[in-house]
Design a protein around this ligand. Sequence first.
Ligand code: OGA
Ligand code: ZN
Ligand code: ZN
Length: 414
Amino acid sequence: MNPDPRRARPRSSLGIHCTWAPDGGVDQASAPIVDMGEFGPYAGPHRLADAEIDGELVRITWDDAVQAVYHRLWLRDNCACADCRHPQTRERTVKLVDIDEPGRPEVTSDSDGALTCTWADGHVSRFDPNWLRQRRPEADGPAQPTPRLWTSARMADGLPSVDHHAVMNTNDGLRRWLDALSRDGATLVTGGPTQPGEVVRLAERIGWPRETNFGRHFDVQSKPNPNNAAYTAIRLEPHVDLPNWQRPPDFQFLYCLENKADGGESLLVDGFAVAGGLAEEDPEAFETLCTLPVDFRFQDAENDIRYRAPVIGRDADGAVREIRFNNWIRDAQPMDPAAAERFYRGYRRFWELLRDPKYMIRFPLKPGCMMAFDNLRVLHGREEFFPNTGKRHLQGCYVDRDLVDSRLRVLERT
Ligand code: OGA
Ligand code: ZN
Ligand code: ZN
């Protein structure tokens, strides 16, 4: 077990940067030597100096004496010719299962410095030397956006913020916003209009909203007959939305259209930082929250959506991957008294730390501003507000991480 949540951002196993480059990377100025059917960049300065077959392996040497070995089957499987990869979809069409044993290829480093493999059945595969370099067996995967965990001190001057106009109208503004969102897990988009629907237009800069039982987007207002605490005026303790779903939404956007009521300040806290704090001060409590399954449940006239999972989710390497904390939709689950003893002790301490001003920030969300945050990392909440003192109206929606990661990768292609 490694309780340090500051390790690599786990869930985002999809990398964000297209530049591969553990060794200095892609030279955007030069053109690829062989079309490998990639949208992402892979042109670079290197050419092959040598190629040889060594048993099952193909050993290549680049012009700077760096070497790598590839299994012959890997090379056959990754041939990018028009017979092996669909020229339009760029997807693999070669099916190793249908090829007789391809044998050991004859290999050469050809006059362009590319690798040519000639297989037993006469099929010829060519590989770009810089594409091969990106995919050396020992190369790191695509660079990950490193999460920057924060306490309130780091956000003393406010959340990372990007102007609405820049996000809506420029690729650079969009890229800056999504980069900060991926790393800090919380951002503001400022200076936007106060017409309804803007929250969805922002989501559509990325892709499309993730629909839930609250709709494609939702109006956060004090409503008659609320089916959710957010639709009342009560204080909302820091929480994650929809931990009662097997796959809760990854990102949440809350756009302020009107905020004239007294109270209602927004609250945010980096749950990964708090989990790290708990692991340090009370490893036993941390372990309890990582292992004891908790039932979450939303019920109204049409739905009964439940999921059971620990408050702190870890990945296979022991890094914190997600937080599920939402006190009002935690179900009345049967609990062994000894487990209850452990659970309430750990849960209380985690909750105290979530509220601790060392971690939590509090700010008024202004009309035309939107907070966007990683719903499974940064917990959000609000102070009580008083509807008889003025109107408060937010609109919210959710967006999948795959879409955020994908938009960033596409923006970073150029
Ligand atoms: C929500 C929520 C916070 C607010 O709608 O999920 O937590 O400021 N709202 O009203
Ligand atoms: Zn081929
Ligand atoms: Zn919420």
